[in-house]
Design a protein around this ligand. Structure first.
Ligand code: FE
Ligand code: FE
Ligand code: ZN
Length: 304
């Protein structure tokens, strides 16, 4: 067991903080390579797509070195229940004006849930989608109905974490009330949770920078913290309420290092996997430095 992974604790509560990043899933090592990539950043969790994010073409699981990857996960002492799959972002189940696309989205979600289970992963992040002019109320209903159809047939126990969105275009799931409405309208509530993205909620108008405690309180009151399954830790290139969704490296954006350190170490968020989706710089992943900084509390100006 690689004990260095278990040494990261919250200063006050002494509990383990689960911090990692998005990682790739490409040949020749596929899932084994994903795990190795995560370990190279000193992560103790990670998130991946089971294929290309922009389409639903998928390699069979038997080709993805899943056994080898899971063996390394065990050896490294990583808790598999903290790992995350992200569904491809071509899915849009929040609009039933085009029946063929709605059906494609439902089928893709089912397929992705089964693939997620095939990796031994228990949580899949899903973008709630776009109502494309139908209005957010209709969009919310469309998504809830789609999820019920999914949960009737998928045969897994993987939970879907609905991601909070920045409010670009016709997106739904921008406010906590909308996310709560999606859950309320779904019959299979036990299969639903939430993914809180710090860039998205700041862009959506929540004051992450100056009052994250207040934001968490609001989340707890409206949705309930027991629904929070994963946090995406990203800085934002834009100020509060910008509705842009452009991620920035930790400490180089509007939110800043101190705010995001506070998020990662927040006593009410202990145990929840924290995933970085910050941009590459000069084709290099920033995650090793960012994880080091967010663990230690010391900002390093590594970009300059
Ligand atoms: Fe996302
Ligand atoms: Fe995100
Ligand atoms: Zn985003």
């Amino acid at each position: 067991m690689l004990t260095y992974l278990t040494g990261y604790k919250n200063m006050e509560t002494k509990e383990t903080i689960y911090l990692g990043s998005h990682v790739g899933l490409s040949g020749p090592d596929f899932y084994l390579g994903s795990v190795k990539e995560a370990l190279s950043y000193n992560s103790n969790t990670f998130m991946f797509y089971t294929g290309a994010p922009q389409n639903s073409i998928r390699k069979p699981l038997s080709e993805l070195k899943i056994q080898e990857g899971r063996k390394l996960i065990k050896e490294a002492g990583i808790d598999e229940s903290k790992l995350i799959v992200h569904a491809p972002y071509i899915i849009n189940a929040a609009n039933f004006s085009r029946e063929d696309l709605y059906e494609m989205s439902i089928n893709t979600i089912v397929n992705e849930l089964r693939r997620t289970a095939g990796f031994g992963v228990k949580i899949m992040v899903l973008h709630p989608g776009s109502h494309v002019g139908m209005g957010s109320e209709a969009g919310i209903l469309a998504l809830a109905k789609a999820l019920d159809l999914v949960f009737k047939v998928d045969g897994t126990d993987v939970k879907i974490a609905i991601e909070t969105m920045a409010g670009k275009g016709h997106e739904i799931g921008i406010t906590f009330e909308q996310v709560k409405a999606i859950i309320d309208k779904c019959e299979h509530k036990d299969r639903l949770g939430v993914c809180l993205d710090t860039c998205h909620i700041s862009d959506a108008g929540y004051d992450v920078k100056n009052d994250f405690d207040g934001v968490i309180e609001k989340f707890d009151k409206i949705i309930g913290l027991d629904r929070l399954l994963v946090v995406h830790v990203n800085d934002s290139k834009n100020p509060i309420g910008a509705h842009k969704d452009r991620h920035e490296n930790i400490g180089y954006g509007y939110l800043g290092f101190d705010t995001l350190y506070h998020v990662v170490h927040h006593p009410k968020l202990i145990g929840i996997p924290m995933i970085l989706e910050t941009p590459y710089v000069n084709e290099k992943a920033p995650y090793k430095q960012e994880i080091e900084m967010l663990r230690s509390g010391k900002f390093i100006d590594w970009r300059n």
